[in-house]
Design a protein around this ligand. Structure first.
Ligand code: CO
Length: 176
């Protein structure tokens, strides 16, 4: 089922999400709905707060190595992370980021190149994953959402001002 995406500057995006304690049907429904919503919007990642639920849950669409034409992303390729914690972060990398809560805006953001993350799957099994590519960046972006942070907070003062001005205009024109 599709859920409505919370769009910047909605104050819910500033909430610090709560630990998931029940790995139950409600959590599974939330994750399934987040998947449907992310795919419908052509996103590569989504945190629960972006559909208005302040729980520490996120999903990331892992890109296929070889994608043929319009072949859609299989659901098995979606990484679901509950209560994720970054336990190692090193190196630096700039990567162009976007966010379903700030549709149509993209900017280069610097983050750690390599991260190791501990998390739980939807059934409460503890897992560890590490990456030094797209996934590392995506995990940092989505985990930031759980802390009430959006990627535009990493922009320089000048770029942030320019963004806020343009965003206000877009909201006013109803083109977001
Ligand atoms: Co985002």
């Amino acid at each position: 089922m599709l859920r409505e995406i919370v769009v910047y500057p909605d104050r819910r995006l500033k909430l610090i999400s709560k630990e998931v304690v029940s790995f139950d049907g409600a959590l599974h429904d939330l994750l399934d709905d987040m998947y449907d919503t992310m795919i419908a919007k052509n996103g590569v990642g989504l945190a629960a707060i972006q559909v208005g639920v302040d729980l520490r849950a996120l999903i990331i669409n892992i890109p296929l190595e070889e994608k043929e034409g319009n072949e859609s992303q299989p659901k098995e390729n979606t990484l679901e992370m509950i209560n994720p914690v970054i336990i190692e972060a090193d190196g630096k990398e700039k990567f162009q980021e976007g966010c379903l809560s700030i549709p149509g805006f993209y900017e280069d953001i610097e983050r750690a190149k390599h991260v190791r993350v501990e998390y739980y799957d939807r059934d409460g099994n503890k897992e560890t994953i590490e990456d030094d590519d797209f996934l590392a960046i995506a995990m940092q972006h989505e985990i930031d959402h759980l802390e009430g942070k959006v990627f535009i907070e990493k922009l320089s003062y000048i770029k942030r001002k320019k963004f806020e001005k343009e965003w206000k205009r877009k909201l006013k024109e109803g083109v977001v």
